[in-house]
Design a binder for this molecule. Structure first.
Ligand SMILES: [Fe+2]
Ligand SMILES: [Fe+2]
Length: 285
């Protein structure tokens, strides 16, 4: 085992600044963990903020430039760039989940979220490659600055992190991705549509990992999982849970309709923080 710990390897991947190096580091830590090369030990803390490449420039959501018409070349590049950025941040979100909360949640939790990190690294690589076929690349445009805030706000509480990141933000991806796939296919981009179909399949599994570990966490606290989830989402998620929901994909991921429909109502009645940054981190194309 050569003395390497899982937390040390995760921290190194989080701190990696270059996009390609982070992709390789995330995949390496997932593989090394799977092969038993890393000790289940958490002697180092996770960084407050992960390493980032110099480009893209990160802008507040309200300062993002208009994306151009949906079918135009510029609009297409802006869509794939926004999607690539989401996947890039998702690598760090999964690594941080495993490294920050692995000690209290156990080896299976680490296995699940390192597998997610490896998936996100693959998603990012596929999207960056697709962007390059359109003559662009990740970093060529500005990107949304708000995506890490959900992680920062929930850094002290694994229940809150699971409730918000996989079970709200990634679940939102299940709702909007089928529409994006249809629009991408309608403009003749079959390869892009296939990439998004693969991502959608993987994201169902990511949401399911989140929901399963959330249920186990609620059981440890002796709490009702639905009540606990609702109270954490009302407290920590600043956007709105917006229908339409993709009920079948959500059900496949272990989220029942009465869970999120109840929170969507409470949110629209104003029983929560003021909305700060919209409904999650998928852009609607
Ligand atoms: Fe992803
Ligand atoms: Fe994901």
């Amino acid at each position: 085992m050569s003395g390497k710990t899982v937390a040390g390897a995760i921290r190194a991947a989080l701190c990696e600044r270059d996009a390609r190096s982070k992709v390789m580091a995330a995949r390496r830590v997932a593989r090394d963990w799977r092969l038993g090369r890393l000790a289940f030990a958490f002697e180092v803390a996770m960084p407050d903020a992960p390493g980032r490449p110099e480009a893209p420039e990160l802008l507040a959501p309200g300062r993002m430039p208009k994306r151009g018409k949906a079918g135009s070349e510029r609009g297409r590049i802006a869509l794939w760039h926004a999607l690539a950025h989401i996947e890039f941040v998702a690598i760090d979100l999964a690594l941080d989940m495993a490294g920050r909360f692995g000690a209290e949640m156990g080896p299976q939790f680490v296995s699940d979220f390192l597998a997610v990190a490896a998936d996100e690294a693959m998603h990012f690589a596929l999207l960056d490659r697709h962007l390059r076929t359109l003559g662009s690349h990740y970093g060529a445009l500005p990107a949304h600055a708000g995506l890490w805030s959900a992680a920062h706000d929930t850094r002290h509480d694994v229940g809150a992190r699971l409730a918000v990141v996989p079970m709200v933000l990634e679940a939102r991806g299940l709702d909007v991705t089928p529409g994006t796939i249809d629009r991408v296919r309608a403009v003749g981009d079959e390869r892009g549509a296939r990439i998004l179909e693969r991502i959608l399949d993987d994201e169902i599994r990511h949401v399911r990992f989140g929901a399963n570990h959330f249920d186990a966490w609620a059981a440890r606290l002796g709490a009702d999982p639905q009540e606990l989830w609702k109270s954490l989402v009302l407290r920590y998620f600043r956007g709105n849970l917006k229908p339409p929901f993709n009920d079948s994909a959500r059900l496949a991921a272990g989220l029942s309709r009465d869970l999120y429909a109840g929170v969507a109502c409470a949110k629209s009645n104003g029983i929560s923080h003021a909305s700060r940054d919209g409904g999650g981190f998928r852009p609607s194309p």
